[in-house]
Design a protein around this ligand. Structure first.
Ligand SMILES: [Zn+2]
Length: 209
């Protein structure tokens, strides 16, 4: 007997055990629409339902702690050639969108191999889809309360802070915004970060440790 999404959700804490996976992508989309603050549109097309649930779980856990992230839309796309797995974008109309590349995330075993390789080579810290989402949540926290113009200006500023990624990941060293998003994955996981990054998380993301 299937539970309707609202019932599934009512019973489960922000991080859901896999046993409570909804039975379809449609259920997963309904869960996201119901539980992500202010969300207008969700498509998890071509993702496995558990992946979709994990993405929603990371977002709702973050919103419970830090308030609404202001995400307007979640959508999937497919680009085999792109190195992007997921991205958090803001556009000139202040729309915030989470974009998910199903060429990378559509198949969980392929994703596991990619993430294991990334972690083993110190390229990135995320070990699973929840942590990948946490990284993008980090970017939405950077945009929080900002206009597109301010977000762009801040991003440019953050370009000077590549040291945020030192000792965290090589991807984190490519740009200050990436360093902070990678650090956010670590602190969400319960790991500690150094004083410079702690300050960066507070100044640029409002995250107090
Ligand atoms: Zn990033």
């Amino acid at each position: 007997m299937r539970n309707p999404p609202s019932l599934i959700f009512a019973k489960i804490p922000p991080i859901w055990p896999s046993a409570t996976a909804p039975v379809s992508i449609k259920d997963a989309e309904a869960l996201a629409m119901k539980n992500i603050k202010g969300i207008e549109k969700v498509s998890y097309r071509n993702l496995e339902p558990q992946s979709a649930v994990d993405i929603t779980a990371s977002i709702t856990a973050a919103e419970a702690k830090y308030g609404a992230l202001g995400i307007n839309e979640i959508k999937t796309y497919r680009n085999v050639k792109s190195g992007n797995l997921m991205s958090a974008t803001i556009d000139a109309n202040q729309n915030r969108t989470l974009r998910i590349n199903t060429a990378k995330l559509g198949d969980v075993s392929t994703l596991d191999a990619t993430l294991s390789r990334n972690v083993a080579t110190d390229w990135a810290v995320s070990r699973n889809i929840k942590e990948l989402t946490d990284h993008e949540v980090g970017h939405f926290l950077q945009y929080k309360g900002m206009t597109f113009k301010d977000a762009i200006a801040q991003d440019k500023d953050l370009g000077r802070f590549k040291a945020f990624g030192d000792g965290i990941s090589r991807y984190g060293q490519t740009h200050g915004s990436e360093g902070l998003s990678e650090a956010f994955v670590l602190v969400t996981r319960g790991d500690s970060v150094g004083p410079l990054v702690t300050k960066g998380l507070k100044v640029f993301m409002g995250v107090e440790l």
